[in-house]
Write a protein that binds this ligand. Structure first.
Ligand SMILES: [Zn+2]
Length: 62
């Protein structure tokens, strides 16, 4: 039997790709850092930063 290379094994997971905890959008542009509830999180936009500050528990739970 020939060795069957599984392409899925070579998939690289980029750990520096962040997701906005507010809207779940993938942040590809660095995002905006906000401090809510003593925790620094990165969101995708100004709007989400505001939302995160309004409900920090939700934003930091993910
Ligand atoms: Zn967002």
């Amino acid at each position: 039997m020939a060795k069957n290379g599984n392409p899925d094994d070579k998939r690289t997971i980029l750990m520096n790709k962040a997701k906005c905890p507010v809207c779940d959008w993938e942040i590809t542009d660095g995002g905006i850092k906000v401090k809510v509830g003593g925790k620094e999180i990165t969101v995708c936009c100004d709007d989400c930063a505001k939302k995160a500050m309004e409900s920090p528990a939700q934003a930091t739970s993910k």
